[in-house]
Design a binder for this molecule. Structure first.
Ligand code: LLP
Length: 387
């Protein structure tokens, strides 16, 4: 209850809706919690910039010393333009273009996290042309079930990500022939919004198996990158404003076998920024339907696509209401011409009227950054609170 809910509705009502509202104090505290949890370890956290590339957020992340994990050339460019050091930038993605690889080579980024044998050859050739040596990590598909929504599951053999276990013999044959690649580590990322920590234990076991195979061939790895994926509490954001990073990292302390001097890298996105953001919107109309009341708000799937795309739950609050009495059920919907433009069905809200402010909570991750211009909508602005 210390964070967002204490904010003054009066202040919020002075901004044009819809807008994203970020609690930067909560972000700072979250980053501090991460740094405290890894203090004294050989763990290093890269922030997954895909979760939110807002300038203010990036500057806080940079100030707290995290690196950056990217999945497109423009994300690499954004990280460099925002002042992150190239040596702290890794670049994953199954479909890197030649131009994107060239950009990363020109800036000597830390690693290309390579997702196929074909990509290895292309990076080697492009590095040769530039007379450079490319730092790489091999992204491996561990075939571990993340037990999350199937759209955000990435570590199963049926998924397009990473090099599969059966390709390892060919990989080991190829590696010595690729003279312009410097192998620095192995990389895994099995999915997102993972709340069952035993999933990460299964990941550790698979990583240990893979590590063994590299070791047996005398291949030294400076680091093991275990990706991101830690989930957040969307149901009760105020009860868990800061995810339990200690328990998360403890799983890796307990179950990951690390070689002397080896670093363990993490790529956290959602757990860093989800809880610090809310989408604030105004009620335009209340409309009585046959079975339900609609609260039609001025934010739509163009500002927040997660409910439409993943049927995801976000807590919805009427922050103008002064009393919680007379609560009614509403389908909270946006103005976009799609029936999936719905933020929640049968949501209990205090009696709601035109002009009330609605907060859609836990939208700091994969909210603003996934917005679109459909229906020729304009990009929502962002505002910030410092305390
Ligand atoms: N590393 C890689 C290679 C990734 O692909 C991702 C996320 C992450 C790290 C960060 O994962 P996180 O810690 O945020 O779970 N748009 C979806 C989520 C897609 C995640 C894509 N990859 C959503 O709104 O739920």
């Amino acid at each position: 209850m210390r964070y967002f809910t204490e904010l003054k509705t009066a202040e919020l009502s002075s901004y044009a809706t819809p807008f994203y509202y970020y609690d930067l104090k909560l972000l700072d505290d979250t980053l501090d919690a991460i740094n405290d949890a890894i203090d004294g370890t050989n763990f290093k956290v890269h922030y997954a910039i895909k979760a939110n590339a807002n300038d203010e957020i990036l500057s806080r992340v940079k100030a707290k010393g995290l690196g950056i994990d990217c999945v497109s050339g423009n994300e690499v460019r954004k990280a460099i333009d925002s002042g992150f050091l190239a040596k702290n930038i890794s670049f994953a993605g199954v479909g890197k273009t030649d131009e994107e690889i060239a950009y990363g080579l020109d800036h000597d980024i830390f690693t290309f996290n390579v997702e196929s044998l074909a990509e290895l050859k292309v990076i080697d050739e492009l590095a040769k042309e530039k007379q450079k040596v490319a730092g790489i990590a091999i992204r491996l598909n561990p075939n571990v079930n993340a037990k999350t929504h199937h759209y955000i599951t990435t570590g199963l053999e049926e998924n397009k990500f990473g090099i599969n276990a059966w390709e390892l013999p060919e990989l080991f044959e190829m590696l010595p022939t690729l003279k312009k690649l410097s192998l620095k580590g192995i990389h895994f990322h099995i999915g997102s919004q993972i709340n069952d920590l035993t999933v990460f234990k299964s990941l550790c076991n698979r990583v240990n198996d893979f590590q063994k195979q590299f070791k047996e061939r005398g291949i030294a790895l400076d680091h093991v990158n275990v990706g991101g994926g830690l989930g957040v509490n969307y149901t009760n954001p105020d009860e868990e404003s800061i995810p339990d990073f200690n328990s998360f990292f403890q799983v890796f302390k307990d179950f990951l076998v690390v070689e002397p001097g080896q670093e363990v890298h993490f790529e956290l996105g959602r757990s860093v920024v989800a809880q610090c953001g809310s989408l604030i919107s105004k009620v335009l109309y209340i409309k009585e339907g046959i079975k339900t009341n609609f609260a039609i708000i001025d934010a739509g799937m163009t500002e927040l696509i997660r409910p439409a795309l993943y049927q995801s739950y976000h807590k919805i609050e009427n922050i103008s209401a002064t009393s919680k009495e007379n609560s009614k059920k509403y389908d909270v919907v946006g103005p976009i011409c799609e029936s999936s433009d719905c933020f929640g069905k049968a949501i209990s809200l205090p009696e709601t009227k035109r002009g009330d402010l609605i907060a859609i909570r836990s939208t700091g991750a994969y909210g603003e950054v996934m917005s679109s211009f459909y229906n020729l909508r304009e990009k929502a602005k962002a505002f910030y609170s410092e305390s």
